[in-house]
Design a protein around this ligand. Sequence first.
Ligand code: 1CP
Length: 344
Amino acid sequence: MIENSPFIKALKKEPLEIPPIWYMRQAGRYMPEYRAVRSKFKNFLDMCKNPDVCCELAMQPIDKFKLDASILFSDILTIPDAFGLKVEFVEGEGPVFRNPIRKRIDIESLPEFNPDDLDYVYKAVSNIRSALPSHIPLIGFCGSPWTLAAYSIEGGSSKDFAFTRNFVAENADISEIFLEKLTNACFIYLKNQVISGANVLQIFDSWANLLSEADYFKYSLKHINKLIHMIKSDPITADIPIILFAREPKCEPIVLADSSADCLSLFWSMDTIDINQLKSKISIQGNLNPAFLLESRDTIKRETYKILDRYKNYPGYIFNLGHGITPNIDPENIKYLTDLVRSY
Ligand code: 1CP
């Protein structure tokens, strides 16, 4: 039963002897098995549009490392692609939007979001759910409305998203409309993932760090709060635990706990926060710096123990990294890390 899995117990803030473990980007380029499949596709999104391949990729880290949770293999940029922004992943450049949002009119003339355009994602969810052992929970996910807006307006990735920040400052009213459209799309998208078999949902606010504290509430957290409220109010999704990952937001973590997410996924630099005030409110997931996985075993052990010591009495602690596994990490170190946590 999924309810008895350590991961779901932790999300319900139950104290556990050994924390459940999974890793952000647990399927990806660092695995030779992934690269073998990836080499058959030119455009990454074409690979995401193949539900059988997504299932195979999601299962790779589960089979190899016996992790406690699986995550849908897909990407957060499927939603902007479904809005007609034509997302492509260019070799060495990351995502590139062929129809980015550049002017007000681009938002005004956006088509209605059609959730059926993302049927390939729901099919991937149901394939993965069928392939997984029945006691391993499956995480569905989406990007936060702000993070999706940032990529859509910028037209791809960027160090500082200067065009986006300028655009929203000068077009606050229409940006609000765009963020609302994205929020509604995220809700239907996540609901369909739950209908197809997702047991947990994670929201990725990967570009939370771009905004000042006041702007963070206005452009990001307000919409995340609304999205979580919609999920918690719908009878189909009401009981699904929600994990919120926010990269270095300029607000206190307690403010994120008030979003009514069930779990906070901490970015690796968020290691001086006061966890006592979070204890009764929310589970915590994280937050080893993935860069330590490029160092010696002694360093990995020292840094992992620091984190395990910090959270050993925290009810509902889930071990994870503070951001995704990078392509240059040796899979043997993922195995080493997993054994280390389980034998602590
Ligand atoms: O060419 C390749 O092989 C593509 C690499 C890759 C992979 C494996 C991308 C491109 N996306 C993914 C899968 C993915 N993306 C998953 C599922 C796999 C898993 O976790 O095991 C998930 C949950 C994501 C989510 C995602 N995509 C986020 C949020 C998490 C985070 O890292 O902050 C973001 C920001 C993206 C955008 C994205 N996808 C891929 C790239 C290169 C980028 C851009 C990153 C940037 O802006 O620099």
